[in-house]
Design a protein around this ligand. Structure first.
Ligand SMILES: NC(=O)C1=CN([C@@H]2O[C@H](COP(=O)(O)OP(=O)(O)OC[C@H]3O[C@@H](n4cnc5c(N)ncnc54)[C@H](O)[C@@H]3O)[C@@H](O)[C@H]2O)C=CC1
Ligand SMILES: O=C(O)C(=O)COP(=O)(O)O
Length: 604
C-alpha cells in the first residue's frame, strides 16, 4: 500500500497555514522536541530534553552534536553553524554512555558501537544518529527505533573510494605488492618468489552489486576482466548497462577466479563465505573483502587458504576491528591487509562529512532526511503537500482517544482516507504515524514519532487498519477527508458513537487548516485549533448564546461554533472551539444548562 510516489504540488497557496504559531516544520510533529526545548518533564518520563546548567547556560538553545570519530572539516563547519559541536574521539563505551545524555545527535563512523546501552543512557535526548559512511551494522537499529531515534547515513560519498580500494587490493594481491614491499625493505630481492597472476581475461565475481559493487565491476571491465555478479536484489538492467551478467550464488562461486565482496553485513549475509561455500569455489580462487569482516567465517578462510582452495585474500575489514595482532588470518603470508581504509581518501571523507552533517542538521530541524535508515523516506514535495493533513491526522487521533470512557483499552483503530488519488500516488505512513501519536501520547508517557510509531503501536497491542475510499474527480488535493474510528470501547460522549458502535471522528483540511467535520453521526464544522467543547443538546433556539455567555463571562474566547443536527428541533451536537481552557466552574455550568444532555471538553 505504501508508496513513495511523488505527487506534484498543484496549488501551493492553498497550503497556507493559519496565523496561529505553529511548529516550524511538519516533521517537528513527527520529531517532537527538535529545537523546541525544554519541554516540561513528566514524572518518570524519559522522553524530554533535560538541559543541564552547563549545557544551557554556555550554549544557549542550540542542540548539541557529539562527533565521536574523525570527521572532515567541511562537515564540522556545517554542524557548527547550527549546533554546539563536541568532537570527542576515542571515547570508551562507558564515556560515550555518560556523554550521550547531554547530546541531541551523535555522529560516528565504523569504529563506534552504538548499542542499546547508548540509547538507554541518552535519557530520551538523542534524536538522531548520523553514520558518516554506508554500513550501519555498528548501530543497533532496533534499539534506535524503539527509542524514537532517527538513524541516517551517508550512502553515496564514499562509493568511489571503496571501489578504488577494492581494485587497489585486487591488483596488489595479484602482484604480491605488499609482500614484495616488505621483503625488499627487509633487505631481500626475491624476484622468483613474487611472480604474480594476471587480471586480464580472468573472471571476477562481484557479490553484492550495489553502489560499490557496480563501480568495482565497471573498473574491472576496464582492466579486461570478465565480470559476473550475484545480488538477489539487483536490477538486471543495471547489470546489462555495465555489461555484467547476473548469476546465481553457486554459479558465481564455481566460476570465479577472483571474488570481490560488496554486500552489507546483515543476519542473512553473516558468514556467507564459510567451509561449505569455500568448498564450492574454484581451486586457487582469490578473494577481496572491502565490505565487512563478518561476511566471511574467518577461521574457515584460514582453513581454505591452508587447503589451497583460496590462493590469496586481500582484506580491508575484519569481524573484530582492530583484529588481534596474532590473528592467523592477518599474519597469513598469502593475505594482504589494510586497516579499514576503503572510505579513507581525502575526497571521500570531505564528501561524507558534508553528506552526514546536512542529514543530521536537517533531522534536528525536524525535516526528514532522504538517507533515513529506520524511517520511511518521504520526499520533500510530499511532505509539503501533506503538512496540513499531518496535523489533521494527529488531532483526530487525539480527539478520538479523549472520547473513550476511562478504563476501556484502545486496541482497534480503523482509519479511512477518502481520496481521489490512485493507491500508488498516496503514501499513508506519515499520516498513520501521526494518528498513532495522537492516540498514544495522551494516554501514556511514551512519545511517538515517525520512527517509532508502528513499533510503539505494536508494542501496546494497538491494531491500526487502514482503508482507502476512492473518490471520483481530479486528485487536486491528496485527501478529501480522514476518518478515525475506535472500536470495542465505550465513549464518555455517547453521541460520538457511530451507528455501528465505534467512536467516530472525521475531519478535512479547509484553506490549509484542519477541521473537525463529523462526530459520531453528527456533521459539525470546527477548526482544530485550541480546544473543543462538544455538547449534545435538544435542538432549540438560544443555545449558542447561552453557552457563549457562560464562556464569555470568564473571558474564554470562542473561536468557532457549529451545530450539527439530525433533524430540526431534535438532537443536535454543538462543537465550540475555545482558545483558553474554561474553568471547572464554567464547564459545570454548561453541563447544568437544562437542554444540554451531555458534553465533553477535549484538548487538542
Ligand atoms: N571498507 C570500507 O571502508 C567500506 C565498506 N563499505 C561496505 O560496503 C557495503 C556495500 O556498500 P554500497 O555498495 O554502498 O551499498 P549498497 O546498498 O549500494 O549495495 C549493497 C548491495 O548488496 C546487495 N545484497 C544484499 N544482500 C545480499 C546477498 N545476500 N548477496 C549478494 N548481494 C546482497 C544489495 O542488494 C545491494 O545491491 C556497505 O554495506 C559497507 O558495509 C562501504 C563503503 C566503504
Ligand atoms: O562506509 C562504510 O561502510 C565504511 O565501512 C567506511 O567506514 P569508516 O567511516 O571509514 O569507518
Amino acid at each position: 500500500m505504501a508508496s513513495l510516489a511523488t505527487p506534484t504540488l498543484k496549488n501551493p497557496s492553498s497550503l497556507s497555514l493559519s496565523s496561529k504559531p505553529r511548529l516550524p516544520s511538519v516533521l517537528s510533529a513527527a520529531f517532537p522536541n527538535t529545537l523546541h526545548f525544554p519541554r516540561s518533564l513528566p514524572q518518570g518520563g524519559r522522553r524530554f530534553l533535560i538541559i543541564t546548567a552547563s549545557a544551557s547556560s554556555s550554549f544557549s538553545n542550540k542542540p548539541t552534536v557529539l562527533v565521536a570519530e574523525k570527521l572532515g572539516e567541511a562537515g564540522l563547519e556545517l554542524l557548527k553553524e547550527f549546533a554546539n559541536v563536541d568532537c570527542s574521539y576515542n571515547l570508551s563505551p562507558e564515556e560515550l554512555c555518560t556523554k550521550i545524555s547531554l547530546c541531541d545527535a551523535l555522529i560516528v563512523r565504523s569504529g563506534t558501537k552504538v548499542n542499546r546501552e547508548v540509547f538507554e543512557s541518552s535519557g530520551g535526548r538523542l534524536k538522531v544518529v548520523g553514520r558518516a559512511g554506508v554500513g550501519i551494522d555498528n548501530v543497533d537499529l532496533s534499539a534506535a527505533t524503539e527509542h524514537g531515534c532517527l538513524v541516517v547515513n551517508a550512502p553515496t560519498a564514499n562509493t568511489v573510494a571503496a571501489a578504488e580500494h577494492g581494485i587497489a587490493l585486487l591488483a596488489a594481491m595479484a602482484r604480491n605488492v605488499a609482500q614484495a614491499d616488505a621483503s625488499v625493505k627487509a633487505g631481500k630481492w626475491q624476484r622468483n618468489k613474487y611472480v604474480g597472476v594476471s587480471l586480464v581475461g580472468k573472471t571476477l565475481a562481484v557479490l553484492g552489486f550495489g553502489k560499490v559493487g557496480s563501480e568495482v565491476a565497471r573498473r574491472a571491465k576496464g582492466l579486461g576482466m570478465h565480470v559476473i555478479a550475484h545480488d538477489p536484489y539487483a536490477p538486471a538492467d543495471r547489470a546489462r548497462a555495465i555489461g555484467v551478467e547476473l548469476v546465481s550464488f553457486d554459479e558465481a562461486l564455481a566460476t570465479a577466479d577472483f571474488i570481490s565482496l560488496h554486500m552489507p553485513l546483515t543476519p542473512a549475509t553473516n558468514k556467507m563465505l564459510n567451509d561449505e561455500t569455500f568448498a564450492k569455489m574454484k581451486k586457487g580462487v582469490r578473494i577481496v573483502n572491502v565490505a565487512r569482516g563478518g561476511v566471511i567465517d574467518e577461521e574457515a578462510l584460514v582453513r581454505a587458504l591452508d587447503d589451497g582452495i583460496v590462493a590469496q585474500a586481500a582484506l580491508d575489514v575484519f569481524s573484530e576491528e582492530p583484529p588481534k595482532p596474532d590473528s592467523k588470518l592477518v599474519q597469513h603470508e598469502r593475505v594482504t591487509v589494510t586497516p579499514h581504509l576503503g572510505a579513507s581518501t581525502m575526497e571521500a571523507q570531505e564528501g561524507v562529512a558534508i553528506e552526514i552533517a546536512e542529514a543530521v542538521v536537517g533531522a534536528l530541524k525536524g525535516e526528514l532526511a532522504a538517507t533515513a535508515v529506520n524511517a520511511p523516506m518521504v520526499p520533500a514535495e510530499v511532505l509539503t503537500e501533506l503538512k496540513p493533513y499531518v496535523e489533521l491526522a494527529e488531532k483526530l487521533g487525539r480527539l478520538a482517544v479523549q472520547l473513550v470512557a476511562g478504563g476501556s483499552g484502545v486496541k482497534t483503530v480503523k482509519v479511512s482516507y477518502a481520496t481521489s488519488r490512485a493507491p500508488d500516488d498516496f503514501d499513508t505512513r506519515l499520516l498513520r504515524a501521526m494518528i498513532t501519536k495522537g492516540i498514544i501520547e495522551p494516554i501514556s508517557s511514551v512519545f511517538v514519532n515517525l520512527v517509532n510509531a508502528d513499533f510503539t503501536a505494536k508494542q501496546r497491542g494497538l491494531r491500526i487498519t487502514e482503508e482507502r475510499v476512492l473518490l471520483d474527480g481530479s486528485p487536486e488535493s491528496p485527501l478529501e477527508s480522514i476518518q478515525v474510528q475506535i472500536a470495542n470501547v465505550e465513549s464518555k460522549f455517547a453521541s460520538a458513537m457511530s451507528e455501528t458502535g465505534e467512536i467516530r471522528v472525521e475531519g478535512r483540511v479547509k484553506d490549509g487548516i484542519p477541521h473537525l467535520t463529523k462526530v459520531g453521526s453528527f456533521e459539525v464544522d470546527v477548526s482544530l485549533e485550541g480546544s473543543i467543547i462538544l455538547c449534545r443538546q435538544v435542538d432549540q433556539p438560544g443555545m449558542i448564546g447561552t453557552v457563549g455567555n457562560i464562556l464569555g463571562e470568564e473571558n474564554v474566547n470562542v473561536s468557532f461554533m457549529s451545530v450539527g443536527r439530525v433533524a430540526p428541533r431534535k438532537h443536535a451536537v454543538m462543537a465550540i472551539g475555545v482558545d483558553e481552557q474554561p474553568s471547572k466552574e464554567s464547564l459545570k455550568r454548561i453541563g447544568e444548562v437544562p437542554a444540554i444532555e451531555e458534553f465533553v471538553f477535549l484538548k487538542l
